[in-house]
Structure formats: structure tokens, C-alpha cells
Design a binder for this molecule. Structure first.
Ligand code: PMP
Length: 441
């Protein structure tokens, strides 16, 4: 994440690179081995809310019409109905004139991870290209390769002079994007709120993107919205679904899941909402992949979506409480990072913070050995993240370079990613350790 930006394509269709362990295989075990406070991998370390757990209990215990048996392959109908009600009740969807039909516009699967794979598999043909805006969540590029497409990377510009928020610092390089999208581009993946930066794309940015999409009739946008409910300033920096931009419903697959919203990442219940023609392709494919995905999980999520609309802990609904709870955690960790002398970029959504580590002096020692997932040579952000986890201050973080293609990994070298989806005790202990960190200049 330097001040530069660039675009590049991957060395195409070389699947051997997919057999390596990933950053996720490395850092949580490393944290456990060295007794580090884990502010690395982004999973909440608390239980789902009681109403969500209760939903699962209820569904498993339904007698007769059994939720314990196979369901409709496309999507368990109660989930499709709950999702349609949810999207149709959003003012921005209604005012865009978009109406989700539970029978034809919704398909579900095992998290966004699998629904995205099914979407790529349904659309990508040999020689098709997929544009990824970097940093990009690390499943996208391998999925493109697995489905026979060619990833094309456009790195966002990083301008720390522009302000201290992710929305200001991380900017789309429109020239590079325009130069990369072409008639072979079948898919562009958008992620907002964004992992790892916390950027939320503005209406102006989405309109400009829609302008590019309009020029290429074959191009479909995959909009990964898994952090849609964790938004810190809904007035100033609202989450806007790309599907609601004029003319974009027919061109967008909106993907989300229950993992982050209901603190239930292990349930792996995700969905895709979009135009009937593409949803049908995906549903047809799904029946040969899983036949159907777990009915109980879908049923429990359907119940939870209905209950989440009710007042919750003094808030008008669960989502408002969730965003307020995460805002407290974000502010606590931001303050801790500031006190520890690590300049951090304020996220507008999601549960990650990117912090600058340029000022850290990291000795060249054993912590660099035995990495199972680092590229060779080890990028600086990897070395810093390993040092922080392994030696000082024993706080696990994630290096952002896995979110970049080989050519653009240098963009990440001055940063590490912290998460704040952790309980108060863990965040407090992490901040305490960071204050005592010895590697500062
Ligand atoms: N997209 C992004 C941007 C993510 O951060 C994650 C999980 N970390 C996923 C997708 C995966 O979502 P799921 O668990 O629903 O497969």
C-alpha cells in the first residue's frame, strides 16, 4: 500500500500455486504456539446472540415438516422469503425500484466463499477475464483460476496525505481500471465494506464504476457485502449496494452471509441475490455440487433475520446494536494503536484496521524462519507480522500482502492488519502489550 498503483494480470491458470498453506493456516497456530493475543484472523471470539442460538434450537426441534431433511437445492424457501423481505424493506432498494422475488432471485450456499465459486463456475469460460481491485480478499483470485478464468489486478492508490480515514486513503485508480476492463472482462469483484481496509465505496465511486460497467454488456459485478451490517457512520458513509445504482440490478450479483452479522462464521450460510437468468444458472449448477446445503442452518438464519428486525438492547433493531457495539471496539483499538505509536487508518465499516509499521525496527532473526505460507523472499509486512506474533509484543496480526497479486505485494510492505471482533479482555490485553512494544523508533 505505497503511494503508487498499478495493474497486472496473473501468470495464468497455474494451479500449483494453490497447494501452499495460506496466511490463515499460519498465523492462528503461530499465535497459539507463542501465547499471543490474537488480533489477526477475523472471527468473533464470542457466541452468537441468544436469539440466534435459540433459532437453531427451534429449527432442529421442528417436528413433522422436517428441517432436518434435504431442502430445495436453490435455497430453503423460508430463507429465500426472509431475505427477499429483508432486501425489499431497505429504502435504498425500494427507491431503486428493485424487487427481490424469493422464488427466482435468491440462491444460497455454504457462505459467500462457495456462492462466489458457484457464480464464477456458472459464468466464466476459457479466456474470460476477472478484474479484482487490490487489496482483494484472498479467495477471489484462486477461485478465478479454479474456474479457468484469468485474474486481472488493479491496485487501489494509497494516499496517506489525503486524510486519515480508509475512504480518503484508499482510492480507485480509475485510469488503471478503465485501461484494464475490456470486452473479455466477464466479472469485476467489488467488496464494500472492504476487507482489509475498512473502506466503504461512496455513491460517487459506485456511479463512476457503473459508468464503466455500462460500456461492457457482458460484464457482471460480484458485490461482496459480508460486512454490510457493520457500518460506523450510516449517514455520512452509508453502505450502498451496487445493485441499487440505476441500471445495475441486471448486472450485479449481491452476495452476503450470516457469518459476520450473527457472529456465526462457522455456520457457513451465504446467499446471492440477483437477476433471474444468472440465479437460475447458479441453482442448476448447485444441484450437481451439493444438491442442497444444510436446511437447519438456513432455517435458523431465516428465523434470525426475522427476529433481528425487533428492538434489541435499547436499539431499534439488532443491526443498529451490532454496529454500535463494533464502533466501541473500533474506537478502543484505534486509541490503543495511537497510544502505541502505530498510525492507523480509520475504517468506515467491517472489523479490521490497517496500521502503518514503517517506524518499527525489526531485527533479522529466527522469527523469519519456518514460515509455511510466506512468499520467498519474505515480504516486509510478513516479517513484521511474524515478529509481532512470535516475539514482541506477542500480538498476532495479519500481513496484508496475501491480499495482493505477486506483482503488487510491495504495496503492503508498510502495513499490518488488526481485527477488533474480539472481547474487551482480549482487546485490552492486546493494547497493553502494544504499548510496551520495544521495536519503535
Ligand atoms: N468475503 C470477505 C470480504 C471476507 O472477509 C470473508 C471472510 N473473512 C468472506 C467473504 C467469507 O465469507 P463466508 O464465511 O460467508 O464464506
Amino acid at each position: 500500500m505505497s503511494s503508487s498503483s498499478s495493474s497486472s494480470s496473473s501468470s495464468t491458470n497455474d494451479l500449483s500455486q494453490l497447494s501452499k498453506p495460506t496466511v490463515w493456516h499460519e498465523f492462528t497456530p503461530l499465535a497459539n504456539e507463542h501465547n499471543a493475543v490474537n488480533l489477526g484472523q477475523g472471527f468473533p471470539n464470542w457466541d452468537p446472540p441468544a436469539f440466534v442460538v435459540k433459532s437453531m434450537e427451534e429449527t432442529v426441534n421442528v417436528k413433522g415438516t422436517s428441517t432436518n431433511q434435504y431442502c430445495r437445492p436453490q435455497c430453503h424457501l423460508p430463507l429465500a422469503q426472509a431475505l427477499a423481505d429483508d432486501y425489499n424493506s431497505r429504502p435504498s432498494w425500494a427507491s431503486a425500484g428493485v424487487r427481490v422475488d424469493p422464488a427466482t432471485n435468491v440462491v444460497s450456499s455454504l457462505g459467500v466463499t462457495q456462492i462466489m465459486y458457484i457464480a464464477f463456475r456458472s459464468l466464466i469460460k476459457k479466456d474470460d477475464e476477472v478484474v479484482l481491485l487490490e487489496p482483494a480478499f484472498d479467495i477471489y483470485a484462486p477461485q478465478v483460476l479454479l474456474t479457468g478464468g484469468t485474474p486481472r489486478f488493479v491496485s487501489m492508490k494509497t494516499d496517506t496525505e489525503a486524510g486519515d480515514t480508509a475512504n480518503e486513503v484508499f482510492q480507485v485508480d480509475w485510469d488503471a481500471l478503465e485501461a484494464t476492463v475490456n470486452s473479455k472482462t466477464r466479472v469485476l469483484v467489488l467488496n464494500s465494506p472492504h476487507n482489509p481496509t475498512g473502506k466503504i465505496f461512496s455513491r460517487t465511486e459506485l456511479d463512476r464504476l457503473a459508468g464503466i460497467v455500462s460500456k461492457y454488456p457482458n460484464l457482471i459485478v460480484f458485490s461482496d457485502e459480508v460486512y454490510e451490517r457493520i457500518v460506523f457512520d450510516p449517514e455520512g458513509s452509508p453502505h450502498i449496494s451496487f445493485a441499487t445504482i440505476p441500471g445495475m440490478w441486471e448486472r450485479t450479483l449481491t452476495m452476503s452471509s450470516a457469518g459476520k452479522t450473527f457472529s456465526a462464521t462457522g455456520w457457513k450460510c451465504g446467499w446471492c441475490v440477483g437477476p433471474e437468468k444468472i440465479i437460475k444458472l447458479m441453482a442448476d449448477l448447485q444441484q450437481w455440487v451439493n444438491f442442497s446445503t444444510p436446511t437447519v442452518t438456513q432455517d435458523a438464519v431465516a428465523r434470525s433475520l426475522v427476529k433481528a428486525r425487533s428492538p434489541y438492547e435499547g436499539h431499534p433493531n439488532f443491526y443498529s446494536w451490532l454496529a454500535a457495539d463494533y464502533l466501541k471496539r473500533r474506537d478502543f483499538l484505534m486509541k490503543g494503536l495511537e497510544e502505541a505509536g502505530l498510525p492507523a487508518i480509520v475504517p468506515a465499516g467491517g472489523f479490521f484496521i490497517c496500521a502503518e509499521t514503517g517506524g518499527l525496527k525489526i531485527p533479522d532473526e529466527v522469527y523469519m524462519e519456518d514460515s509455511i505460507s510466506a512468499p520467498d523472499p519474505m515480504p516486509r509486512d510478513y516479517a513484521v507480522a511474524r515478529y509481532m506474533t512470535h516475539t514482541d509484543p506477542k500480538v498476532a496480526v495479519i500481513p496484508p500482502s496475501p491480499f495482493y497479486s505477486k506483482e503488487n505485494k510491495g504495496e503492503a510492505e508498510g502495513y499490518v492488519r488488526f481485527c477488533f471482533c474480539k472481547t474487551d479482555d482480549l482487546l485490552e490485553e492486546g493494547v497493553e502489550r502494544l504499548k510496551g512494544m520495544g521495536a519503535k523508533k
